[in-house]
Design a protein around this ligand. Sequence first.
Ligand code: J2J
Length: 547
Amino acid sequence: TEPALAGFTPWPADLADRYRAQNLWTGETFGEVLAARAAAAPDRIAVLDTANSWSYAELHHRARSLAAGLARLGITPGDRVLVQLPNRAEFVEVIFALFELGALPVFCLPAHRAAELVPIAEAAAATAVITCRTHQRFDYAALAATVRENVPSLRHVLLVLDEGQELPEGARDIAEFRDEPVELPGPSAGDVAFLQLSGGSTGIPKLIARTHDDYLYSVRRSAEICELDSDTVYLATLPVAHNFPMSSPGILGALWAGGAVAMTPDPTPATAFPLIERFGVTITGLVPPVARLWTERAEAGDTPDLSSLRILQVGGARCQDELARRIGPALGVTLQQVFGMAEGLVCYTRLDDPIDVVVSTQGRPMSEFDQIAVVDDNGVEVVPGEQGNLITQGPYTIRGYYDNPEADARSFTADGWYRTGDIVSIRPDGNLVVAGRAGDWVNRGGEKVSAEELEAHLLEHPGIRDAVIVGTPDPVLGQRICAFVQPADPEQRPTLTAVRKFVRERGVAAWKMPDAVVVIEEFPETGVGKTSRKELRQLLTEGVHGN
Ligand code: J2J
Protein backbone atom coordinates (compact mmCIF):
# COMPACT_ATOMS: atom_id res chain seq x y z
CA THR A 1 0.00 0.00 0.00
CA GLU A 2 1.41 3.38 -1.00
CA PRO A 3 1.24 6.32 1.40
CA ALA A 4 -1.69 8.60 0.76
CA LEU A 5 -0.28 11.95 1.86
CA ALA A 6 0.12 14.35 -1.06
CA GLY A 7 3.51 16.08 -1.07
CA PHE A 8 5.33 13.04 0.31
CA THR A 9 8.14 11.61 -1.85
CA PRO A 10 8.18 7.80 -1.51
CA TRP A 11 11.19 5.54 -1.93
CA PRO A 12 11.51 3.94 -5.38
CA ALA A 13 9.40 0.75 -5.42
CA ASP A 14 12.35 -1.62 -5.92
CA LEU A 15 14.17 -0.23 -2.89
CA ALA A 16 11.01 -0.27 -0.77
CA ASP A 17 10.45 -3.91 -1.72
CA ARG A 18 14.01 -4.75 -0.75
CA TYR A 19 13.73 -2.97 2.65
CA ARG A 20 10.56 -4.97 3.35
CA ALA A 21 12.01 -8.26 2.12
CA GLN A 22 15.06 -7.76 4.37
CA ASN A 23 12.68 -7.06 7.27
CA LEU A 24 14.13 -3.60 7.87
CA TRP A 25 10.64 -2.25 7.39
CA THR A 26 8.60 -4.62 9.52
CA GLY A 27 5.10 -3.30 8.87
CA GLU A 28 4.56 -2.20 12.48
CA THR A 29 3.31 1.24 13.55
CA PHE A 30 4.27 3.21 16.67
CA GLY A 31 0.79 2.61 18.08
CA GLU A 32 1.22 -1.14 17.66
CA VAL A 33 4.61 -1.08 19.38
CA LEU A 34 3.14 0.71 22.40
CA ALA A 35 0.19 -1.71 22.51
CA ALA A 36 2.58 -4.67 22.45
CA ARG A 37 4.75 -3.27 25.28
CA ALA A 38 1.67 -2.45 27.36
CA ALA A 39 0.39 -6.00 26.89
CA ALA A 40 3.73 -7.59 27.75
CA ALA A 41 4.56 -5.50 30.83
CA PRO A 42 1.61 -3.31 31.82
CA ASP A 43 3.04 -2.23 35.18
CA ARG A 44 6.52 -1.32 34.05
CA ILE A 45 7.30 2.40 34.18
CA ALA A 46 7.14 4.09 30.77
CA VAL A 47 7.29 7.83 31.48
CA LEU A 48 8.63 9.90 34.37
CA ASP A 49 8.79 13.61 35.02
CA THR A 50 8.85 15.76 38.13
CA ALA A 51 5.05 15.48 38.44
CA ASN A 52 4.16 12.09 36.89
CA SER A 53 5.08 8.45 36.76
CA TRP A 54 3.10 6.44 34.21
CA SER A 55 3.19 2.71 33.59
CA TYR A 56 3.01 1.30 30.07
CA ALA A 57 -0.65 0.42 30.68
CA GLU A 58 -1.38 3.97 31.77
CA LEU A 59 0.48 5.59 28.86
CA HIS A 60 -1.31 3.30 26.42
CA HIS A 61 -4.69 4.06 27.96
CA ARG A 62 -4.02 7.82 27.94
CA ALA A 63 -2.94 7.75 24.29
CA ARG A 64 -6.06 5.83 23.21
CA SER A 65 -8.28 8.01 25.33
CA LEU A 66 -6.91 11.30 23.96
CA ALA A 67 -7.01 9.87 20.42
CA ALA A 68 -10.75 9.25 20.87
CA GLY A 69 -11.27 12.80 22.15
CA LEU A 70 -9.29 14.38 19.30
CA ALA A 71 -11.33 12.35 16.81
CA ARG A 72 -14.52 13.70 18.45
CA LEU A 73 -13.14 17.23 18.10
CA GLY A 74 -12.85 16.61 14.36
CA ILE A 75 -9.18 15.84 13.92
CA THR A 76 -8.93 13.20 11.23
CA PRO A 77 -6.25 10.80 9.99
CA GLY A 78 -3.68 12.67 7.90
CA ASP A 79 -4.35 16.02 9.66
CA ARG A 80 -1.24 17.92 10.67
CA VAL A 81 -1.07 19.11 14.29
CA LEU A 82 1.65 21.42 15.60
CA VAL A 83 3.02 20.11 18.89
CA GLN A 84 4.96 22.67 20.90
CA LEU A 85 5.60 21.34 24.38
CA PRO A 86 8.49 21.43 26.80
CA ASN A 87 10.00 18.22 28.15
CA ARG A 88 7.14 16.82 30.21
CA ALA A 89 5.19 13.57 30.35
CA GLU A 90 2.25 14.89 28.31
CA PHE A 91 4.49 15.21 25.27
CA VAL A 92 4.58 11.41 25.03
CA GLU A 93 0.84 11.10 25.63
CA VAL A 94 0.08 13.64 22.91
CA ILE A 95 2.31 12.19 20.20
CA PHE A 96 1.11 8.63 20.80
CA ALA A 97 -2.50 9.86 20.73
CA LEU A 98 -1.79 11.39 17.33
CA PHE A 99 -0.05 8.20 16.18
CA GLU A 100 -3.11 6.14 17.30
CA LEU A 101 -5.36 8.42 15.32
CA GLY A 102 -3.09 8.60 12.28
CA ALA A 103 -2.87 12.40 12.59
CA LEU A 104 0.62 13.83 12.09
CA PRO A 105 2.45 15.70 14.83
CA VAL A 106 4.59 18.54 13.47
CA PHE A 107 7.50 18.71 15.90
CA CYS A 108 8.06 22.33 16.93
CA LEU A 109 10.60 23.45 19.52
CA PRO A 110 9.76 25.49 22.62
CA ALA A 111 12.21 28.11 21.34
CA HIS A 112 10.18 28.72 18.16
CA ARG A 113 8.24 31.96 17.96
CA ALA A 114 5.68 33.32 15.51
CA ALA A 115 8.33 34.03 12.85
CA GLU A 116 9.05 30.30 12.70
CA LEU A 117 5.66 28.83 13.62
CA VAL A 118 3.50 30.73 11.14
CA PRO A 119 5.48 29.56 8.08
CA ILE A 120 5.64 26.04 9.53
CA ALA A 121 1.88 25.94 10.11
CA GLU A 122 1.30 27.29 6.60
CA ALA A 123 3.66 24.83 4.95
CA ALA A 124 2.06 21.96 6.83
CA ALA A 125 -1.50 23.34 6.40
CA ALA A 126 -1.94 22.42 10.06
CA THR A 127 -5.44 22.19 11.53
CA ALA A 128 -4.55 22.36 15.23
CA VAL A 129 -1.83 23.24 17.69
CA ILE A 130 -1.19 21.52 21.01
CA THR A 131 0.92 23.46 23.46
CA CYS A 132 1.10 24.42 27.13
CA ARG A 133 -0.22 27.52 28.89
CA THR A 134 3.16 28.88 30.02
CA HIS A 135 6.66 27.55 30.43
CA GLN A 136 9.66 29.41 31.87
CA ARG A 137 7.41 32.48 32.07
CA PHE A 138 6.69 32.51 28.33
CA ASP A 139 3.04 32.62 27.24
CA TYR A 140 2.68 29.75 24.77
CA ALA A 141 -1.10 30.08 24.66
CA ALA A 142 -0.76 33.64 23.35
CA LEU A 143 1.76 32.48 20.77
CA ALA A 144 -0.63 29.75 19.59
CA ALA A 145 -3.42 32.32 19.32
CA THR A 146 -1.21 34.50 17.12
CA VAL A 147 -0.42 31.56 14.88
CA ARG A 148 -4.11 30.74 14.55
CA GLU A 149 -4.94 34.34 13.62
CA ASN A 150 -2.41 34.16 10.80
CA VAL A 151 -3.04 30.69 9.45
CA PRO A 152 -6.56 30.06 8.12
CA SER A 153 -6.30 26.24 8.16
CA LEU A 154 -5.58 26.28 11.89
CA ARG A 155 -8.85 25.83 13.78
CA HIS A 156 -8.02 24.45 17.22
CA VAL A 157 -5.73 25.52 20.04
CA LEU A 158 -5.41 22.82 22.69
CA LEU A 159 -3.54 23.36 25.92
CA VAL A 160 -1.87 21.17 28.51
CA LEU A 161 -2.75 22.99 31.75
CA ASP A 162 -1.05 22.84 35.13
CA GLU A 163 -2.97 22.81 38.42
CA GLY A 164 -4.80 26.06 38.87
CA GLN A 165 -4.05 27.53 35.45
CA GLU A 166 -6.93 29.25 33.73
CA LEU A 167 -8.05 28.49 30.22
CA PRO A 168 -7.71 31.56 27.99
CA GLU A 169 -10.59 32.38 25.67
CA GLY A 170 -10.59 30.54 22.36
CA ALA A 171 -8.44 27.66 23.60
CA ARG A 172 -9.46 24.23 24.92
CA ASP A 173 -8.05 22.10 27.67
CA ILE A 174 -6.81 18.69 26.48
CA ALA A 175 -8.24 17.25 29.71
CA GLU A 176 -11.70 17.76 28.16
CA PHE A 177 -10.72 15.34 25.41
CA ARG A 178 -9.60 12.39 27.46
CA ASP A 179 -12.55 10.28 26.31
CA GLU A 180 -13.42 6.62 26.71
CA PRO A 181 -11.11 4.83 24.21
CA VAL A 182 -12.75 3.68 20.96
CA GLU A 183 -11.58 1.40 18.17
CA LEU A 184 -9.92 3.55 15.50
CA PRO A 185 -8.75 2.24 12.13
CA GLY A 186 -5.28 3.70 12.74
CA PRO A 187 -2.54 4.30 10.18
CA SER A 188 -0.60 1.68 8.27
CA ALA A 189 3.15 1.30 8.52
CA GLY A 190 3.82 2.85 5.11
CA ASP A 191 1.99 6.02 6.10
CA VAL A 192 3.75 9.20 7.15
CA ALA A 193 3.88 9.25 10.97
CA PHE A 194 4.88 12.89 11.55
CA LEU A 195 6.60 15.94 10.11
CA GLN A 196 10.00 16.85 11.50
CA LEU A 197 11.77 20.16 10.85
CA SER A 198 15.04 20.51 9.02
CA GLY A 199 17.86 22.13 11.00
CA GLY A 200 19.01 25.16 9.05
CA SER A 201 16.22 26.48 6.93
CA THR A 202 15.71 29.94 5.53
CA GLY A 203 12.63 30.90 3.55
CA ILE A 204 9.95 28.23 3.26
CA PRO A 205 10.50 25.74 6.06
CA LYS A 206 11.75 22.36 4.98
CA LEU A 207 9.45 19.73 6.45
CA ILE A 208 10.58 16.15 6.72
CA ALA A 209 7.96 13.42 6.37
CA ARG A 210 8.95 10.13 8.00
CA THR A 211 6.94 6.91 7.82
CA HIS A 212 6.28 4.46 10.65
CA ASP A 213 8.27 1.84 8.70
CA ASP A 214 11.39 3.88 8.05
CA TYR A 215 11.55 5.68 11.40
CA LEU A 216 10.90 2.55 13.45
CA TYR A 217 13.77 0.86 11.66
CA SER A 218 16.14 3.68 12.65
CA VAL A 219 14.83 3.64 16.23
CA ARG A 220 15.20 -0.14 16.53
CA ARG A 221 18.69 -0.16 15.07
CA SER A 222 19.71 2.75 17.34
CA ALA A 223 18.38 0.95 20.41
CA GLU A 224 20.43 -2.12 19.45
CA ILE A 225 23.62 -0.10 19.00
CA CYS A 226 23.12 1.60 22.37
CA GLU A 227 22.25 -1.76 24.00
CA LEU A 228 18.97 -0.52 25.43
CA ASP A 229 16.74 -2.92 27.36
CA SER A 230 13.92 -2.83 29.88
CA ASP A 231 16.32 -1.47 32.54
CA THR A 232 17.11 1.58 30.40
CA VAL A 233 16.13 5.00 31.72
CA TYR A 234 16.63 7.54 28.95
CA LEU A 235 16.69 11.18 30.05
CA ALA A 236 15.34 13.65 27.50
CA THR A 237 17.69 16.55 28.18
CA LEU A 238 17.57 18.35 24.82
CA PRO A 239 14.17 19.62 23.65
CA VAL A 240 12.42 16.31 23.14
CA ALA A 241 10.83 17.22 19.80
CA HIS A 242 14.29 17.33 18.22
CA ASN A 243 15.24 14.30 16.14
CA PHE A 244 18.23 13.38 18.34
CA PRO A 245 16.43 12.94 21.71
CA MET A 246 13.42 11.59 19.83
CA SER A 247 15.07 8.75 17.97
CA SER A 248 18.83 8.35 18.36
CA PRO A 249 17.85 6.20 20.27
CA GLY A 250 15.98 8.79 22.30
CA ILE A 251 12.59 8.43 23.91
CA LEU A 252 11.26 6.22 21.13
CA GLY A 253 14.26 3.90 21.43
CA ALA A 254 13.74 3.60 25.18
CA LEU A 255 10.05 2.75 24.69
CA TRP A 256 10.87 0.33 21.89
CA ALA A 257 13.18 -1.50 24.33
CA GLY A 258 10.54 -1.51 27.09
CA GLY A 259 12.58 0.91 29.21
CA ALA A 260 11.58 4.23 30.74
CA VAL A 261 11.63 7.79 29.45
CA ALA A 262 12.48 10.54 31.95
CA MET A 263 12.11 14.24 31.28
CA THR A 264 14.08 17.21 32.54
CA PRO A 265 12.48 20.63 32.03
CA ASP A 266 15.89 22.19 31.42
CA PRO A 267 19.38 20.85 30.68
CA THR A 268 21.40 22.68 33.35
CA PRO A 269 23.39 20.54 35.81
CA ALA A 270 21.44 22.17 38.65
CA THR A 271 18.18 20.70 37.30
CA ALA A 272 19.34 17.60 35.44
CA PHE A 273 21.90 16.13 37.88
CA PRO A 274 19.42 15.62 40.75
CA LEU A 275 16.97 14.05 38.27
CA ILE A 276 19.66 11.61 37.10
CA GLU A 277 20.04 10.48 40.71
CA ARG A 278 16.30 10.45 41.42
CA PHE A 279 15.26 8.51 38.29
CA GLY A 280 18.37 6.31 37.97
CA VAL A 281 19.06 7.60 34.46
CA THR A 282 21.28 5.29 32.39
CA ILE A 283 21.67 7.23 29.13
CA THR A 284 21.15 10.72 27.72
CA GLY A 285 22.19 12.82 24.74
CA LEU A 286 23.61 16.35 24.72
CA VAL A 287 24.83 18.99 22.29
CA PRO A 288 28.48 20.03 22.81
CA PRO A 289 27.85 23.30 24.70
CA VAL A 290 25.70 21.43 27.24
CA ALA A 291 28.22 18.59 27.43
CA ARG A 292 30.86 21.20 28.26
CA LEU A 293 28.70 22.60 31.06
CA TRP A 294 28.10 19.12 32.53
CA THR A 295 31.78 18.20 32.25
CA GLU A 296 32.94 21.39 33.96
CA ARG A 297 30.35 20.93 36.69
CA ALA A 298 31.43 17.33 37.29
CA GLU A 299 35.12 18.25 37.24
CA ALA A 300 34.40 20.78 39.98
CA GLY A 301 33.20 17.88 42.17
CA ASP A 302 30.48 17.51 44.79
CA THR A 303 27.62 16.55 42.46
CA PRO A 304 24.59 14.38 43.13
CA ASP A 305 25.18 10.65 42.60
CA LEU A 306 25.54 10.18 38.84
CA SER A 307 26.70 6.57 39.00
CA SER A 308 23.60 5.18 37.23
CA LEU A 309 24.60 7.07 34.06
CA ARG A 310 26.43 4.70 31.73
CA ILE A 311 26.26 6.29 28.28
CA LEU A 312 26.59 9.95 27.42
CA GLN A 313 25.93 10.80 23.81
CA VAL A 314 27.16 14.00 22.22
CA GLY A 315 25.95 15.16 18.85
CA GLY A 316 24.15 17.81 16.84
CA ALA A 317 27.33 19.79 16.25
CA ARG A 318 30.99 18.91 16.15
CA CYS A 319 32.35 17.91 19.54
CA GLN A 320 35.93 19.10 19.74
CA ASP A 321 38.46 16.40 20.64
CA GLU A 322 39.56 18.50 23.60
CA LEU A 323 36.09 18.27 25.16
CA ALA A 324 35.55 14.66 24.07
CA ARG A 325 38.66 13.59 25.98
CA ARG A 326 37.33 15.05 29.23
CA ILE A 327 33.73 13.79 29.18
CA GLY A 328 34.25 10.11 30.06
CA PRO A 329 36.61 10.64 33.00
CA ALA A 330 34.65 13.60 34.39
CA LEU A 331 31.22 11.96 34.37
CA GLY A 332 32.21 8.31 34.70
CA VAL A 333 30.46 7.38 31.44
CA THR A 334 31.08 5.81 28.07
CA LEU A 335 31.07 8.62 25.53
CA GLN A 336 29.27 8.07 22.26
CA GLN A 337 29.48 10.56 19.41
CA VAL A 338 26.36 10.86 17.29
CA PHE A 339 26.32 12.53 13.90
CA GLY A 340 22.79 12.59 12.59
CA MET A 341 20.16 14.57 10.76
CA ALA A 342 16.38 14.73 10.80
CA GLU A 343 16.44 13.84 7.09
CA GLY A 344 17.69 10.37 8.02
CA LEU A 345 21.29 9.13 8.23
CA VAL A 346 22.61 8.72 11.77
CA CYS A 347 26.21 7.70 12.57
CA TYR A 348 27.38 6.43 15.94
CA THR A 349 30.68 5.56 17.52
CA ARG A 350 30.13 2.10 19.00
CA LEU A 351 30.24 1.42 22.74
CA ASP A 352 33.28 -0.84 22.39
CA ASP A 353 35.24 1.37 19.99
CA PRO A 354 38.83 2.25 20.94
CA ILE A 355 39.15 5.60 22.70
CA ASP A 356 40.83 7.20 19.68
CA VAL A 357 37.73 6.51 17.56
CA VAL A 358 35.37 7.79 20.27
CA VAL A 359 37.32 10.99 20.86
CA SER A 360 38.34 11.88 17.31
CA THR A 361 35.52 10.71 15.02
CA GLN A 362 31.78 11.09 14.63
CA GLY A 363 31.27 7.36 14.11
CA ARG A 364 29.88 5.36 11.22
CA PRO A 365 26.39 4.76 9.80
CA MET A 366 24.07 2.72 11.98
CA SER A 367 22.96 0.44 9.15
CA GLU A 368 24.81 -1.72 6.65
CA PHE A 369 22.10 -0.57 4.22
CA ASP A 370 23.10 3.09 4.55
CA GLN A 371 24.98 4.18 1.45
CA ILE A 372 27.37 7.11 1.82
CA ALA A 373 29.72 8.84 -0.60
CA VAL A 374 32.09 11.80 -0.37
CA VAL A 375 32.06 13.92 -3.51
CA ASP A 376 33.64 17.13 -4.77
CA ASP A 377 31.62 20.14 -5.92
CA ASN A 378 31.09 18.47 -9.31
CA GLY A 379 29.63 15.37 -7.74
CA VAL A 380 32.73 13.24 -8.44
CA GLU A 381 33.89 10.95 -5.63
CA VAL A 382 37.05 12.19 -3.95
CA VAL A 383 40.15 10.09 -3.29
CA PRO A 384 39.42 7.88 -0.23
CA GLY A 385 40.32 9.75 2.96
CA GLU A 386 40.02 13.21 1.40
CA GLN A 387 37.48 15.78 2.54
CA GLY A 388 34.37 16.43 0.47
CA ASN A 389 30.58 16.72 0.50
CA LEU A 390 28.73 13.87 2.17
CA ILE A 391 25.79 12.44 0.23
CA THR A 392 23.66 9.50 1.35
CA GLN A 393 20.69 7.27 0.68
CA GLY A 394 19.23 4.39 2.60
CA PRO A 395 16.29 2.73 4.34
CA TYR A 396 15.51 5.68 6.63
CA THR A 397 16.79 8.68 4.66
CA ILE A 398 14.09 10.71 2.92
CA ARG A 399 13.96 11.01 -0.88
CA GLY A 400 12.60 14.55 -0.85
CA TYR A 401 11.20 17.20 1.49
CA TYR A 402 7.46 17.44 2.11
CA ASP A 403 5.85 19.38 -0.72
CA ASN A 404 8.91 21.50 -1.53
CA PRO A 405 10.26 20.89 -5.07
CA GLU A 406 12.61 23.90 -4.89
CA ALA A 407 14.39 22.59 -1.82
CA ASP A 408 14.47 19.12 -3.41
CA ALA A 409 16.24 20.45 -6.47
CA ARG A 410 19.00 21.82 -4.23
CA SER A 411 19.22 19.08 -1.64
CA PHE A 412 18.85 15.85 -3.63
CA THR A 413 20.83 14.44 -6.54
CA ALA A 414 18.99 13.39 -9.69
CA ASP A 415 19.01 9.79 -8.49
CA GLY A 416 17.64 10.63 -5.05
CA TRP A 417 20.69 10.86 -2.80
CA TYR A 418 20.42 13.44 -0.02
CA ARG A 419 23.10 16.14 -0.05
CA THR A 420 23.81 16.57 3.66
CA GLY A 421 25.68 19.86 3.27
CA ASP A 422 28.37 18.45 5.56
CA ILE A 423 32.07 18.33 4.71
CA VAL A 424 33.49 15.05 5.96
CA SER A 425 36.32 12.61 5.42
CA ILE A 426 36.11 8.85 5.90
CA ARG A 427 39.01 7.20 7.72
CA PRO A 428 40.36 3.81 6.62
CA ASP A 429 38.54 2.26 9.62
CA GLY A 430 35.24 3.54 8.17
CA ASN A 431 34.59 6.24 10.74
CA LEU A 432 33.60 9.73 9.60
CA VAL A 433 35.25 12.94 10.68
CA VAL A 434 33.05 15.99 10.24
CA ALA A 435 35.13 18.97 9.12
CA GLY A 436 32.26 21.44 9.03
CA ARG A 437 29.23 22.54 7.05
CA ALA A 438 29.77 23.35 3.40
CA GLY A 439 28.95 26.91 4.49
CA ASP A 440 31.12 27.00 7.61
CA TRP A 441 34.21 28.06 5.81
CA VAL A 442 35.59 31.52 5.94
CA ASN A 443 36.81 32.40 2.49
CA ARG A 444 39.48 34.99 3.16
CA GLY A 445 40.61 36.27 -0.19
CA GLY A 446 40.49 32.79 -1.67
CA GLU A 447 42.19 31.14 1.29
CA LYS A 448 39.63 28.90 2.93
CA VAL A 449 39.65 28.50 6.67
CA SER A 450 37.53 25.85 8.29
CA ALA A 451 35.73 27.41 11.25
CA GLU A 452 35.87 24.08 13.04
CA GLU A 453 39.60 23.73 12.58
CA LEU A 454 40.44 27.18 13.90
CA GLU A 455 38.04 26.73 16.82
CA ALA A 456 39.92 23.57 17.79
CA HIS A 457 43.15 25.58 18.04
CA LEU A 458 41.57 28.34 20.10
CA LEU A 459 40.14 25.79 22.53
CA GLU A 460 43.67 24.74 23.43
CA HIS A 461 44.27 28.26 24.81
CA PRO A 462 44.02 28.09 28.60
CA GLY A 463 42.26 31.45 28.76
CA ILE A 464 39.50 30.43 26.32
CA ARG A 465 36.51 28.38 27.45
CA ASP A 466 34.72 28.15 24.11
CA ALA A 467 35.15 29.68 20.67
CA VAL A 468 33.15 30.18 17.48
CA ILE A 469 34.61 31.44 14.21
CA VAL A 470 32.48 33.33 11.73
CA GLY A 471 33.32 35.08 8.49
CA THR A 472 32.41 38.75 8.27
CA PRO A 473 32.20 40.82 5.10
CA ASP A 474 35.37 42.63 4.10
CA PRO A 475 35.62 44.98 1.12
CA VAL A 476 39.10 43.78 0.17
CA LEU A 477 39.29 40.14 1.17
CA GLY A 478 35.67 39.19 0.68
CA GLN A 479 35.59 37.83 4.20
CA ARG A 480 37.64 38.28 7.32
CA ILE A 481 37.94 35.99 10.29
CA CYS A 482 36.13 36.93 13.47
CA ALA A 483 36.65 34.85 16.62
CA PHE A 484 33.94 35.00 19.25
CA VAL A 485 35.42 33.74 22.49
CA GLN A 486 34.10 32.98 25.96
CA PRO A 487 36.91 33.64 28.45
CA ALA A 488 37.75 30.92 30.98
CA ASP A 489 38.00 33.69 33.58
CA PRO A 490 35.78 36.75 32.99
CA GLU A 491 38.47 38.96 34.55
CA GLN A 492 41.04 37.85 31.96
CA ARG A 493 39.81 38.81 28.53
CA PRO A 494 42.02 37.41 25.76
CA THR A 495 43.26 40.13 23.39
CA LEU A 496 43.58 39.89 19.64
CA THR A 497 47.36 40.12 19.84
CA ALA A 498 47.57 37.33 22.40
CA VAL A 499 45.22 35.08 20.45
CA ARG A 500 47.09 35.59 17.18
CA LYS A 501 50.41 34.92 18.88
CA PHE A 502 49.03 31.73 20.42
CA VAL A 503 47.65 30.42 17.14
CA ARG A 504 50.83 31.33 15.27
CA GLU A 505 52.92 29.49 17.84
CA ARG A 506 50.83 26.38 17.25
CA GLY A 507 52.24 26.31 13.72
CA VAL A 508 49.12 27.47 11.92
CA ALA A 509 49.26 29.21 8.55
CA ALA A 510 49.35 32.98 8.81
CA TRP A 511 46.22 33.46 6.73
CA LYS A 512 44.23 31.61 9.36
CA MET A 513 44.95 34.19 12.07
CA PRO A 514 41.77 35.79 13.41
CA ASP A 515 41.28 39.36 12.22
CA ALA A 516 39.15 40.24 15.22
CA VAL A 517 38.39 38.81 18.63
CA VAL A 518 35.06 39.50 20.30
CA VAL A 519 34.76 38.44 23.92
CA ILE A 520 31.23 37.52 24.98
CA GLU A 521 29.89 35.77 28.06
CA GLU A 522 27.24 33.63 26.35
CA PHE A 523 26.83 32.40 22.79
CA PRO A 524 23.38 32.78 21.25
CA GLU A 525 21.80 29.41 20.61
CA THR A 526 19.45 27.78 18.16
CA GLY A 527 16.29 26.22 19.59
CA VAL A 528 18.04 22.99 20.43
CA GLY A 529 21.09 24.50 22.09
CA LYS A 530 23.54 24.52 19.21
CA THR A 531 25.55 27.72 18.95
CA SER A 532 23.98 29.93 16.32
CA ARG A 533 26.54 31.23 13.83
CA LYS A 534 23.74 33.14 12.15
CA GLU A 535 23.02 35.18 15.27
CA LEU A 536 26.70 35.80 15.89
CA ARG A 537 26.99 37.22 12.36
CA GLN A 538 23.91 39.30 13.13
CA LEU A 539 25.61 40.67 16.26
CA LEU A 540 28.49 41.85 14.12
CA THR A 541 26.26 43.65 11.65
CA GLU A 542 24.55 45.31 14.63
CA GLY A 543 27.85 46.90 15.52
CA VAL A 544 29.52 44.65 18.08
CA HIS A 545 33.17 45.14 17.30
CA GLY A 546 36.24 43.20 18.19
CA ASN A 547 39.59 44.44 19.28
C1 J2J B 1 29.11 17.61 13.54
N1 J2J B 1 27.96 18.06 13.01
C2 J2J B 1 26.83 17.45 13.38
C3 J2J B 1 28.07 15.94 14.84
C4 J2J B 1 24.78 16.75 13.64
C5 J2J B 1 21.20 12.61 16.02
C6 J2J B 1 22.16 13.56 16.27
C7 J2J B 1 22.07 14.84 15.73
C8 J2J B 1 20.98 15.18 14.92
C9 J2J B 1 20.90 16.55 14.37
C10 J2J B 1 20.01 14.22 14.66
C11 J2J B 1 26.81 16.36 14.29
N2 J2J B 1 29.17 16.59 14.42
N3 J2J B 1 28.16 14.94 15.73
O1 J2J B 1 18.95 14.48 13.90
O2 J2J B 1 19.17 12.02 14.96
C12 J2J B 1 25.10 18.70 12.10
C13 J2J B 1 25.34 18.32 10.65
C14 J2J B 1 24.00 17.73 10.24
C15 J2J B 1 23.04 18.62 10.98
C16 J2J B 1 21.68 17.98 11.21
C17 J2J B 1 20.12 12.93 15.22
N4 J2J B 1 25.53 15.96 14.42
N5 J2J B 1 25.54 17.65 13.02
O3 J2J B 1 21.65 17.43 14.76
O4 J2J B 1 18.65 17.79 11.62
O5 J2J B 1 25.60 19.51 9.95
O6 J2J B 1 19.95 16.76 13.40
O7 J2J B 1 23.79 17.75 8.85
O8 J2J B 1 19.15 19.14 13.73
O9 J2J B 1 23.69 18.88 12.25
O10 J2J B 1 20.94 18.74 12.12
P1 J2J B 1 19.57 18.16 12.72
